[in-house]
Design a protein around this ligand. Structure first.
Ligand code: ADP
Ligand code: MG
Ligand code: MG
Length: 902
């Protein structure tokens, strides 16, 4: 019986019952609190309500049966252990109610501190703290503020304004100057705000506070900004969050108390050392909110050496235990250190590589694990350009390099404006005093984020690092005035729309557009930095991990390149051939005229002479590419787009004809072109006369291209290079199409190649669903398949990319119909299934069939893993993605083949 089951179901775990492997159930925070508890670290006691309880609540809108009783039982045991009762008027136990999902979502979910305080227990709390009224009332006003804001949706500014008013009345800017009476007054003001917005008094019943807070955490899973963050980070929407109920410890008891955050290594560069911020006489959220300026963690040694040494000891323990960079939240209550959170810390792309390398050196992990710890998205970030600085550019301010990269753009001051301008294709820099979770959309839209407050662990810094977005935080020379849409710095005023440049590595801020140069990692790939001779931890780590990836991977990586220059660059980046050389650009520019002649040809002779003129031009193009790719395969795709793409647009031609007629000029050619464009007009050009269809309809077109390829290969071979051409026929849906093209091509090849030793393969794209479904037949006529996953996605889903991405993808993403655009990452179940079927049936018919992919998916990390699993021979992607694909192909082996050492 369902009801019986849920009564028996365990929804609540004491910290002593959990461990770090239980993240699915207990969330990251709960699992790690349990792990620290069991390691013997000083964690305040508490319990975790599982993600399953949250999911049940969200599904039905009420707490599942049995949950209330289990919370009661765990609360009682917590009260027994602490020797205090929740909200007791004489000697209250207070708790925090903290969200914690499987994946850390900084600032996304809600936390309420000091639950259990009310008009009576505030007096008891003061007594507990030796008559410290100030502390008690400060804690109470914090509860009303956090509870109001996060549980009851009271606008947070109202509380902040009331706090500002109190400070102003006192003539101070520092909240520490408010005394007990001021804070008591503030509590009254807060209660009024609360009542005004909720239509009820602030709840005095401790258990009601607790239950409402737990419920609010459950519901915050579906808060808009949490949904946006998950979508951005590709975190599944159905995990739910756990809730942690933790006995309060107090960092706001005086100058011998405080709270802080720490990293076991620098999350920016990966360098070893002590990184963190500390704030005396404060509660946790003050540190990350940037409310007062924090001091570097090192200063804690001077303030409280005993706690400092103890903390360093725990940090070393945690690193050793997690075998990774940890980030830590702690509080000191009157000289006693408490550990409030740890997790494997977020880090920049550079730090990820450097730390993985260090951990191998330290013997904590092996190279497979190091490969697993980095990813292609991080590598792609390291390939972003950097500022090229000469004396022309002087920084106007220097903040903290919170998330590396070089970004220039127009200044905006609000999230909404950032989204607006970015949608118009502008690069924007979001400038704020400090960011908060409501700025998330703007942060996503911006190229970079600049704040005047906050440290390495501020909201802006943490979120930007997670997104891989350039961020400078705490540039306190900036005087930011959001309502007036301007900031001033070094005596200058910068308005919305002015351009600034920010360097997230050095923290420097420049006015105007600073030019950029290739990053060190790109210089290394290009061969201008030798890792052995470079005193650069990052380049050495990248080299080492890439070498391991190359040794591990089974997928070859080719590139999409249409010119010799692209081919050469891709080869330096490690491309092992060309997977897609498009030939359409060879019909553009000054060759348009020949193409027009071809299209307008009235007789066989006209047409043949146009083709004959194109032949040497194409041959020269191919020779250049074959030379650059000496010894490596080059897949050339015969012409694919509809021919009218090579003609001027209809409207323009119509105008030309009219104007020429007006002037009495000869309009015969214009008129002929216009007629041709009208005749060739298609309702659905994507599904019209293109690809192989064109080759079958226009005599001699494919033949000319095949001849150019074969002749180029022979010519290059004669010069001593090795050409390995592979001719690829686009848009095949039936084996008969391919057979017809192939019969003609083979004749030409045999004649041209003769005894030159050149071997030319003939294969096909698989991009029409029918081709995938009849792959067994098609393989009889094809020596290779190359999956054109862009078209396969368009035709598999039945939507045209150019039309749909702007029209309705946002809604599909919102509804979760797909988690990410299927053009960005392959849709494994649908389009991927077509790939799988074609690969299997193709190989069954012809075991030596070569299989590759040449759509943009070839450079997408997740898709590369899929192609590895399906057993393709290679992926092909744009030159800049080649290193990313190499890395991910290596990671796919360590991850899917079970040699993962974790
Ligand atoms: P987040 O997920 O945003 O980091 P947390 O649940 O960690 O939120 O809470 C924010 C801060 O509140 C913590 O960094 C910690 O300093 C403080 N905090 C949470 N629980 C307690 C507690 N039981 N005692 C004292 N401070 C706490
Ligand atoms: Mg925290
Ligand atoms: Mg295509």
């Amino acid at each position: 019986m369902a009801a019986q089951d849920s009564v028996d179901h365990k929804y609540v775990y004491d910290f002593a019952e959990g461990n770090k492997e239980l993240k699915d159930l207990l969330g990251g925070k709960g699992a790690n609190l349990a792990e620290m508890t069991n390691l013997g670290l000083p964690v305040p006691p508490g319990f975790t309500i599982t993600t399953e309880a949250c999911k049940a609540y969200l599904a039905t809108g009420r707490e599942p049966d049995g949950l209330a009783g289990q919370i009661e039982a765990h609360l009682e045991s917590l009260e027994r252990g602490m020797g205090r009762k929740l909200g007791d008027p004489q000697d209250p136990l207070l708790v925090s109610v903290r969200s914690g999902a499987k994946f850390s979502m900084p600032g996304m979910m809600e936390t309420v501190l000091n639950v259990g305080l009310n008009d009576r227990s505030v007096v008891g709390l003061s007594a507990q703290a030796g008559g410290n009224d100030r502390f008690a009332w400060d804690s109470y006003r914090r509860l009303i503020q956090m509870f109001g804001k996060t549980v009851c949706e009271v606008p947070g500014e109202e509380f902040e304004h009331a706090l500002d008013d109190a400070k102003r009345a006192k003539g101070t800017k520092n909240d520490l100057d408010l005394d007990a009476d001021d804070l008591r007054g503030l509590v009254d003001a807060y209660k009024k705000i609360f009542a005004k917005h909720t239509g009820r008094e602030f709840p005095q019943e401790p258990r009601e506070q607790l239950d409402l807070a737990i419920r609010a955490v459950f519901e915050s899973w579906n808060a808009e900004r949490a949904v946006v963050y998950r979508r951005q980070e590709r975190i599944p929407a159905d995990l739910g969050t756990a809730v942690n109920v933790v006995a309060m410890v107090f960092g706001n008891l005086g100058s011998d108390s405080g709270t802080g955050v720490a990293f076991t290594r620098d999350p920016g560069s990966g360098a070893q050392g002590i990184y963190g911020d500390y704030l005396a006489n404060a509660q946790g959220e003050d540190v990350v909110a940037g409310i007062r300026n924090t001091v570097p963690l090192q200063e804690l040694e001077r303030i409280d050496k005993k706690s400092y040494d103890e903390l360093l000891g725990y940090m070393a323990r945690l690193e050793e235990h997690y075998k990774d960079l940890c980030d830590i939240e702690f509080t000191i209550e009157r000289g006693k250190l408490w550990m409030l959170q740890t997790r494997v810390g977020k880090r920049t792309a550079a730090a990820a590589f450097v730390i993985a390398g260090q951990l191998v050196d330290e013997g904590l992990i092996d190279l497979d694990e190091a490969l697993h710890r980095v990813n292609g998205a991080q590598l792609a970030q390291l390939m972003f350009p950097r500022f090229k600085l000469d004396h022309e550019f002087e920084p106007v301010a220097k903040g903290i390099g919170a998330s590396p990269g070089a970004a220039s753009g127009k200044v905006v001051f609000t999230s909404a404006r950032a989204v607006e301008l970015a949608a118009e294709g502008e690069s924007v820099i979001l400038v704020r005093r400090e960011t908060n979770p409501d700025d998330l959309n703007g942060m996503i839209a911006a190229k970079g984020i600049l704040t005047s407050r906050g440290g390495k662990t501020s909201h802006a810094a943490v979120v930007a690092r997670g997104m891989g977005k350039t961020c400078v935080s705490g540039a306190d020379e900036l005087d930011v005035n959001v309502p007036a849409k301007k900031f001033t710095v070094a005596g200058q005023t910068v308005n919305e729309g002015d351009i600034v440049s920010i360097d997230g590595t050095t923290g420097k801020v420049y006015l105007g557009q600073v030019p950029v140069m290739p990053s060190e990692v790109v210089q290394y790939f290009e061969g201008s930095l030798e890792p052995e001779h470079v005193d650069n931890a990052l380049v050495r780590a990248v080299h080492r991990i890439m070498t391991h990836a190359d040794a591990k991977r089974r997928l070859a990586v080719r590139t999409n390149a249409d010119t010799g220059a692209d081919a050469a660059r891709a080869r330096r980046f490690g491309a092992e051939g060309i997977g897609l050389c498009r030939t359409e650009h060879m019909f553009l520019g000054d060759r348009r005229e020949l193409v027009e002649r071809l299209i307008l040809a009235r007789t066989d002779d006209d047409r043949e002479s146009a083709l004959f003129a194109l032949l040497p031009l194409q041959r020269a193009d191919f020779m250049e590419i074959f030379r650059e790719m000496d010894g490596l395969p080059v897949t050339v795709r015969l012409i694919d787009p509809p021919l009218h793409e090579f003609l001027p647009p209809l409207e323009q031609l119509a105008v030309n004809v009219a104007v020429a007629q007006e002037r009495g000029e000869d309009v015969a050619k214009e008129e002929a072109l216009l007629a041709a464009v009208r005749r060739m007009h298609e309702e659905n050009p994507m599904l019209g006369l293109r690809g192989v269809r064109l080759g079958l309809v226009i005599p001699g077109l494919f033949a000319m291209q095949v001849r150019a390829i074969a002749e180029a290969a022979v010519a290059v071979t004669r010069d001593g290079a090795v050409a390995k051409p592979e001719i690829m026929v686009p848009l095949v849906g039936a084996v008969q199409e391919l057979e017809t093209v192939r019969a003609e091509a083979e004749k030409i090849i045999a004649e041209v190649v003769a005894d030159s030793g050149v071997e030319v393969l003939i294969g096909t794209m698989i991009e029409v669903p029918r081709a995938a479904l009849t792959a067994g037949q098609i393989a009889e006529a094809a020596q290779f398949f190359s999956f054109g996953t862009n078209d396969l996605t368009q035709m598999g889903w039945g939507f045209s990319r150019d039309d749909v991405e702007g029209a309705f993808f946002w809604r599909y993403l919102e509804l979760g119909i797909f988690g990410i655009s299927p053009f960005e990452s392959i849709d494994r179940e649908g389009v991927g299934r077509l790939v799988r079927i074609a690969a299997e049936e193709g190989r069954a018919a012809r075991p030596e069939l070569k299989l590759g992919v040449c759509g943009e998916h070839g450079g997408d990390p997740d898709s590369v893993h899929f192609f590895h699993e399906v057993g393709l021979d290679y992926v092909s992607c744009s030159p800049f993605r080649v290193p990313v694909a190499r890395l991910e192909a290596g990671r796919a082996v360590v991850e899917t083949d079970g040699s993962d050492s974790r």
